[in-house]
Design a protein around this ligand. Structure first.
Ligand code: SAM
Length: 274
């Protein structure tokens, strides 16, 4: 995420995906003109859509290069360097909507994912929403198989030469990356951290099923009824086979402590004056 190539690739985009459109349409009426935090803003793909909901917007990223490119693209918006694992620059209850799009939350290990979820919960106002996407453990990409890069056939000899050289270069990079990262994979019952095809096997990514993701959100303190979408933008109850799932999870209106206090308050004595 720090290379010129990655920054340029992300800085060209503006379009929302179908599930992002579905969930943002649902959230927009309650989020209108309320503070929004866009974590892992990258090259700024989501800036236009989110600032159309509220001008009270801040985008953060732990890649300084991404923050610089966003500041150039949208000079009238606020961007800051921050790591989602420690959002200490923001006080509790600062935002109504927090987004972490394009599986950005999947770029850290399990311990750090929980830190991020806790930080998001902390900076949300009660009743606020967290919109994020995650790699789906029930997708065929979870099979662990090595895949060669794609190669598009052509009858043009010059093009064939260029494509052949690119195919060879990518294959070598894939084999090298695979050897380095495969031994670092983590496979657990509730989740897996896998060396998948992304960036020519150059990274480890977190995979989880919808059911387990819902459980994880509740364990951290979010409401149990997170809304989920598949890649077509349809709302789903059970897991899909798509490589990613989008979710919108609410922070409860009452904290767990407040709920515990309420449930331990003894009932008032019966009214004997009737
Ligand atoms: C896959 S890119 C998506 C960029 C943009 N949100 C989009 O949808 O096009 C993920 C972004 O999240 C950022 N990121 C990943 N982990 C992060 C963390 N712990 N704190 C802040 N940013 C993070 C990366 O630097 C990268 O810019």
């Amino acid at each position: 995420m720090h290379t010129e190539e990655a920054v340029a690739q992300y800085a060209r985009q503006d379009e929302l995906s179908p599930p992002e459109k579905t969930l943002l349409n649902l959230l927009a009426p309650s989020a209108r003109n309320r503070p929004i935090l866009d974590i892992g803003v990258g090259g700024g793909r989501t800036v236009k859509a989110l600032t159309a909901i509220s001008e009270d917007y801040v985008g953060v990223d732990y890649s300084r290069e991404m923050i610089e490119v966003c500041a150039k693209r949208f000079s009238n918006r606020r961007f800051e360097y921050a790591d989602a694992r420690a959002l200490s620059r923001f006080v509790d209850g600062s935002f109504f909507l927090v987004c972490f799009s394009c599986n950005g939350i999947g770029m850290v290990n399990h311990h750090d994912r929980l830190r991020i979820l806790n930080e998001v919960l902390r900076v949300l106002v009660p009743g606020g929403a967290f919109l994020f996407s995650t790699h789906n453990r029930n997708s065929p990409e979870f099979d662990g198989a090595f895949r060669f890069p794609s190669f598009e056939r052509t009858m043009n000899p010059a093009k064939a030469l260029v494509r052949g050289a690119r195919f060879l270069g990518n294959t070598i990079e894939r084999v090298k990356n695979r050897r380095k990262h495969k031994p670092l994979e983590v496979i657990e019952t509730e989740y897996a951290v896998l060396n998948d095809e992304c960036h020519n096997y150059g990274t480890l990514l977190y995979y989880i099923s919808l059911e387990a993701q819902r459980r994880q959100l509740v364990e951290v303190g979010f409401e149990h009824d997170a809304i989920a979408c598949d890649l077509s933008g349809a709302i789903i109850e059970d897991d899909s086979r798509d490589h990613s799932i989008l979710l919108s999870a609410r922070k409860p209106l009452l904290t767990r402590d407040a709920m515990r206090r309420i449930s331990t308050v003894p009932p008032p004595p019966p009214n004997t004056n009737r």
